[in-house]
Design a binder for this molecule. Structure first.
Ligand SMILES: Cc1cc2nc3c(=O)[nH]c(=O)nc-3n(C[C@H](O)[C@H](O)[C@H](O)COP(=O)(O)OP(=O)(O)OC[C@H]3O[C@@H](n4cnc5c(N)ncnc54)[C@H](O)[C@@H]3O)c2cc1C
Length: 467
């Protein structure tokens, strides 16, 4: 068995592992070994469907040291007028460039793709078969949030022989129009499958959409981090704090958030029970609302040639109907992802420490690792923000994120580092407001005044969940 030595053994070269390694490279002199089963860095983006894109702007995705955005607003399509969303191919080639142009040339990163980590410092090459033992000072488990994607997962339902079934990855391989489509799942991939079908000439009535749960979603219009969108983006933040501050219970909180435009849903008559932080533009939402055959009969348990068995009933189907799998579930991913402290002895487990921002989180965890010694202090600064799944999870997620934000604001060097990190996206904009710009200053004042009230309210709302 080959033996090698390093300071940090990093398992996983997905977005989280790459963001961590990139910032550790900048912030320290450490040596690193990265191991991943995939042939290239980028994690699940290696096997994403051909028409995937980011759902948040490229401007704050990737790693800290390299730009991903073209800073161009889309001129056509469902994202028209908003900043660019990198396609899957762009994300993959970006991470490849980070590895080839930055990490490997540094001489401080050795990369072992196509390698399966077995534990105890040992990994096996999936191609050559040889085993390598790594003697390390710290192990970085960047696999905690490993994403389940349709191309790689096994659906949680049976599929009979002869059923016309495919992951959404295969939709572009269709050679003739089928009689209709059944899209299974209503998360980000389900929405993408429906939007792709609609964009490619499928009539809304030809789509049946199985939606086990409705979701609260975030408008992409308010996730734009440029000067031009300041009033929209930070106005939305101020509205959110106000809505939360005044909420009497969780339904009331969502009603207020919706009224202020901070969250949206597919159907005004159905109260969502899910929140996965999917981000959607107004034109996407309008397009999806054209689909009237939305099946709310629970989850699929069996696909048969002529029928679909669901928790709450049976639907007719047929061999010329394409069943599109979009059921890879965040909920199942989350079972693997029960939070643990980020720093525990010689193990670092990068997780989200700011809501919706895994790569910023990976980057900041590396900064804290490089510049702080005390483990309790490191964990206080990098307190895990739990991933949301159910609607009420918005409360503990937002509470943890706001507490972290407060702790960071008390630490001057950290505050400055956050502001200058491209993955942070937003703080720099708030610092550049001219004192005589009344409209913007008023928004910032509303944010400042309502943040502590929102935290107090979230604490009370959290008690209602526990009770
Ligand atoms: C369709 C879609 C769109 C998204 N859009 C955005 C967005 O716009 N903005 C945003 O911030 N987030 C977005 N996300 C969230 C996204 O998942 C994360 O941003 C990020 O890509 C997740 O990276 P990760 O490294 O945590 O996980 P992964 O990409 O799953 O990487 C984990 C890696 O660990 C490796 N691994 C696991 N176990 C082992 C082992 N034993 N040995 C070796 N290697 C191992 C895997 O091979 C994999 O490469 C999106 C997600 C999806 C599905």
């Amino acid at each position: 068995m080959q033996e090698i030595e390093t300071d940090y053994l990093i398992i996983g070269s997905g977005a989280m592992g790459m963001a961590f390694a990139d910032s550790l490279l900048t912030e320290s002199k450490a040596d690193m070994v990265m191991v991943d089963r995939h042939a290239k860095p980028g994690g699940h983006w290696n096997v994403a469907y051909p028409f995937v894109s980011l759902h948040q702007p490229s401007a704050f995705f990737g790693v800290a040291s390299r730009e991903l955005s073209r800073f161009e607003k889309d001129k056509v399509g469902f994202n028209k007028g908003l900043y660019d969303l990198a396609s899957g191919a762009e994300v993959s080639s970006y991470f490849d460039a980070v590895m080839q142009q930055t990490m490997l040339p540094s001489g401080r990163v050795r990369y072992f793709p196509m390698s399966d980590y077995k534990g105890e410092g040992v990994f096996t090459s999936l191609t050559g078969g040889q085993e390598t033992r790594v003697r390390y000072k710290k192990l970085v488990d960047a696999t905690r949030l490993t994403v389940d994607v349709p191309a790689e997962h096994s659906p949680a339902f049976t599929i009979a022989e002869g059923v016309n079934f495919m992951p959404l990855n295969n939709l572009p391989t269709l050679q003739a129009a089928p009689e209709g489509y059944v899209v299974i799942g209503a998360g980000k991939t389900g929405m993408d499958a429906c939007l792709w079908l609609l964009q490619n000439g499928v009539a809304p009535d030809a789509i049946r959409w199985i939606m086990p749960r409705d979701a609260w979603m975030l408008p992409r219009e308010f996730a734009q981090n440029s000067e031009e969108f300041f009033v929209d983006t930070f106005g939305n933040q101020a509205n959110q704090f106000e809505a939360i501050a005044e909420a009497e219970n969780i339904d009331d909180m969502y009603d207020r958030l919706e009224k202020a435009g901070c969250v949206v849903r597919f159907d005004q008559n159905i109260r969502p029970t899910m929140f996965h932080a999917a981000t959607i533009s107004r034109p996407e939402l309008n397009a999806l609302r054209q689909i009237k055959n939305v099946i709310r009969m629970g989850r699929v348990s069996a696909l048969e040639v002529d029928k679909i068995v669901l928790d709450d009933g049976v639907l007719e189907t047929g061999p010329d109907i394409v069943h599109v799998d979009c059921s890879a579930s965040l909920a199942r991913t989350m079972v693997k992802a029960a939070p643990s402290p980020v720093f525990e002895g010689d193990v670092i487990t990068p997780q989200t420490i700011r809501s919706f921002m895994p790569v910023f989180s990976g980057s900041m965890i590396a900064y804290v690792e490089a510049h702080y010694d005390d483990e309790d202090e490191k964990n206080r600064l990098c307190n895990v923000v739990p991933l949301p799944n159910k609607a009420e999870d918005f409360v503990p997620m937002t509470l943890a994120a706001m507490m972290n934000q407060f702790n960071w604001s008390q630490d001057k060097p950290l505050r400055q580092w956050v502001r200058n990190n491209r993955l942070d996206g937003f703080t720099k904009l708030t610092n550049s407001v001219a004192p005589d710009d009344k409209e913007k200053m008023d928004i910032l004042a509303r944010m400042r005044d309502n943040a502590p009230k929102a935290v107090g309210s979230l604490m009370k709302l959290a008690e209602q969940i526990d009770g």
